[in-house]
Structure formats: structure tokens, C-alpha cells
Design a protein around this ligand. Structure first.
Ligand code: AMP
Length: 397
């Protein structure tokens, strides 16, 4: 995979596919701009070489052809301007490949930055439509993919468009290169003991990654909603906790495989339970074996946090994907925050993957203490599963 440094881009018009799909609050304020900051290196590199820069990204899932304002990239443009500290304005096109975008693209001067509107306003984006990709490509000389978080999707700006450029005119940006190198190098040769901490809501989304990891890790810690499928598979009463009954056999198979391989497999020994799935519901700590039949587990308990800290004690590499509980609600966030502190405070190489997990590390104030926080949840999971990412394959094609 070529990187932006391998291309002759000076003075050219460069398209950079970014991942500006950032979280916002109810008022539309950006709550975490890591993905925007992640794109700055490639943008600055182009601006230093007097390029005309066209940036494009999707934002959430608008209905195609309906230009609803809440899906506009306008707040991203404002934040980008602040972060880039440019004297000139960054222009936002009113459309993606329409008259306004094309007029603004052809009016660009050296050192100008244009942001196209949300790529998913056009239905050709998710359909990987070649004609839409050609419209995008017609505006530029060079294609750069710096959207790690979108590389697991074969969409037009990720796949079809990349294939329209030859290897002298397309490459990976700095962020994409860093993400891929980090995962590949760390996972190819992890320093041991290697511990995987897996949480989040469902086993199903992470089952394949978990299977693959069993071949590499020394220990696995399971938390979050997915722990209850494993606890139930062991015969425990889990009340109304989240469970995937169709995966009980799979869960058993994973635990048997772990035992056969000598991988230590840790489940929560206690949980924070509540009678209802509500933010301010009453709650109490109970051993995992004593969950009342009409209550549900929404976080790991203090004994589990202590146990998991011991398990992490000698780790040299830690991979963390998925919160330990419903961390969005303060009452059930403690297990996730303590896990974040324990991982950040370790002497291991620490890799945090997944939007929610990065969010926990951010809330805990631990992001700077982690070795690497990935900007892509689904994409990093696919890499762990050993799957090829369409966005990376397209750059090699
Ligand atoms: P995932 O997208 O699979 O990584 O899951 C993240 C989500 O899992 C977060 O929104 C958490 O609120 C949720 N979660 C974690 N633990 C639990 C639990 N015990 N019960 C229900 N949801 C949970």
C-alpha cells in the first residue's frame, strides 16, 4: 500500500476521503473531535505542498437525496478551521457532486480547502456506484484515503473511486497508514503476556474476533452485556440481563477452545444489578451467581474490577474493545472507568479499539496514557477478525 509520501502531489488537486463521522450532542455540538484531528496530518502535508484540497466524508445515515441540515458537515468545517488555524476560510459545498461543488472545486486556488457535503446525501455512495465515483474523481488529480473508520465498507468514495486512479495517483493518508501499521505490527508480534479485554453489548458482533484472538492471546477478560451469554452458558441464572440464547453453544465452544489452548478466560465474578434498564434505577452489587431472576446486570462489580486488575498486572500488550457496562449512565460506568484507569496505568503496549471504548477512555481522562486509540470501531474489529478491508484492498488493486 503506497502512502501519501510516495506520490508527487505538489501543486495538484487532491481528494482526501476522511472519516468525519464524529459524535455530537443534542444541540449539534461535536463532543469528540479525534477523527477530525486525526485527519490534520494529511491535510497539512498537502497544504504545505501548495495543493488544492478537497475533503469528503459521510456523516451518519441520512436518507439519500434529502438534504436534512442535521446531517450537514457544517459543524465539522467550523472545527476543522479552528484546528487547522488557517487564515483563509474553508469552503463547504452545498452538495456533493452537484453544480455548487463543481463550481467551487474549479474555483479553488493553491492552498484552498473545500469540503464536500455529506457523501451519503448521494445514494451512489453506499451503492458503490461507479458513475458517482467518476463524478467525484473528475474534480481531482490525486486520491487519498485517510478514512480508516470507513475502510470496512465498499462504498463509492472508498472502493470504486480508488480504483479509478493508478498507483501513481492514489495512496493512503497518514492516519490510515498509522492505524493499519499499528494493528498489523502489534498483532503479528505481540509482546507477551498479551491480554484481550472484550466487552460491549453483544457476543455476535465480536465472536469471530474473539475466536481469532484465542490463537494469539494469553488471557481474555470478558465484561459488558456479552458476559451474560457466557455466564448463562456455564449454567448461571442471569435474570433479565442481555443474552443471546442462540449463541450459548458457541460461547461454550469458545470457552473450551480457550481451555485447550491454555488461554486464561475471565468472566465477572460480581455484577451491578438493577430491576429495570433505566438510568436512575435502584441498583446493588451481587455475586454473579446470585442475580435475581427479575433483575439485570448493567455493570461489572468491584470484586471483578479488582480481579481484572490482577489479571492485567503482568500484561505486556493489552487490546481493549468494548465497555464493561452501560457506561453512558454514571451509575453503571464505574467498571468501565476503572478498567480504563487500570489499562492506562499499566506498563503494557495498550491498544484501544471501537468508538464506545475510546469514549470511555476519553471520559476517564486516560486517552493520552494509552499507546494507541483507534478511530475505527468496525474496521479495527474486521482487522482483528483477519478480514481484508475493502478500502485497503482498493488501494492495492
Ligand atoms: P458494542 O457496540 O457491542 O461495543 O456495545 C457497546 C454498548 O454496550 C454500550 O452502549 C453499552 O451501554 C452497552 N452495554 C455494556 N454493558 C451492557 C450491559 N450489561 N447491558 C446492556 N448493555 C450493555
Amino acid at each position: 500500500m503506497r502512502t501519501i509520501k510516495d506520490l508527487d502531489i505538489a501543486g495538484k488537486t487532491v481528494f482526501i476521503r476522511c472519516d468525519f463521522n464524529v459524535p455530537k450532542d443534542e444541540q449539534g455540538n461535536i463532543t469528540d473531535d479525534r477523527r477530525i484531528r486525526g485527519a490534520l496530518a494529511s491535510i497539512r502535508y498537502c497544504l504545505d505542498r501548495e495543493c488544492r484540497v478537497i475533503l469528503a466524508s459521510h456523516y451518519e445515515r441520512p436518507t439519500p437525496n434529502v438534504y436534512e441540515e442535521k446531517y450537514s458537515l457544517a459543524p465539522v468545517v467550523t472545527r476543522l478551521h479552528t484546528l487547522l488555524k488557517l487564515a483563509s476560510d474553508i469552503v463547504l459545498a452545498k452538495d456533493v457532486v452537484g453544480e455548487d461543488a463543481k463550481a467551487k472545486a474549479s474555483a479553488l486556488k493553491k492552498g484552498d480547502v473545500l469540503v464536500l457535503e455529506n457523501l451519503r446525501y448521494e445514494e451512489g455512495e453506499t451503492k458503490n456506484d461507479v458513475n458517482f465515483a467518476k463524478e467525484l474523481a473528475s474534480m481531482v488529480d490525486i486520491y487519498i484515503n485517510d478514512a480508516f473508520g470507513a475502510c470496512h465498507r465498499a462504498h463509492a468514495s472508498i472502493d470504486a473511486m480508488a480504483k479509478l486512479f493508478d498507483s501513481e495517483h492514489r495512496a493512503a493518508g497518514f492516519l490510515l497508514t498509522k492505524e493499519v501499521n499499528f494493528f498489523e505490527k502489534t498483532l503479528a508480534n505481540p509482546i507477551k503476556p498479551f491480554v484481550a479485554v472484550i466487552g460491549g453489548s453483544k457476543v455476535s458482533g465480536k465472536l469471530e474476533a474473539l475466536r481469532q484472538l484465542l490463537d494469539k492471546v494469553d488471557k481474555v477478560i470478558i465484561g459488558g452485556g456479552m458476559a451474560f451469554t457466557f455466564l448463562k452458558a456455564q449454567g448461571y441464572e442471569i435474570g433479565n440481563s442481555l443474552v443471546e440464547n442462540d449463541l450459548l453453544d458457541e460461547a461454550r465452544t469458545v470457552m473450551i477452545k480457550a481451555r485447550k489452548k491454555g488461554v486464561k478466560f475471565y468472566l465477572p465474578v460480581d455484577v451491578v444489578v438493577a430491576p429495570k434498564f433505566e438510568e436512575y434505577s435502584t441498583s446493588k452489587y451481587l455475586p454473579s451467581q446470585e442475580i435475581p431472576s427479575d433483575w439485570m446486570g448493567l455493570d461489572i462489580g468491584p470484586a471483578s474490577s479488582r480481579l481484572f486488575r490482577e489479571v492485567l498486572y503482568d500484561a505486556q500488550t493489552i487490546l481493549w474493545n468494548g465497555p464493561m457496562g452501560v457506561y453512558e449512565w454514571d451509575r453503571f460506568a464505574k467498571g468501565s472507568l476503572l478498567m480504563s484507569h487500570d489499562i492506562a496505568g499499566s506498563h503494557a503496549t495498550t491498544i484501544v479499539g471501537g468508538g464506545d471504548t475510546a469514549d470511555v477512555a476519553q471520559k476517564a481522562g486516560d486517552v493520552d496514557e494509552m499507546t494507541f486509540v483507534s478511530t475505527g470501531g468496525g474496521a479495527s474489529l474486521n482487522l482483528l477478525e483477519g478480514k481484508a478491508l475493502p478500502g485497503i484492498e482498493a488501494l492495492k488493486a
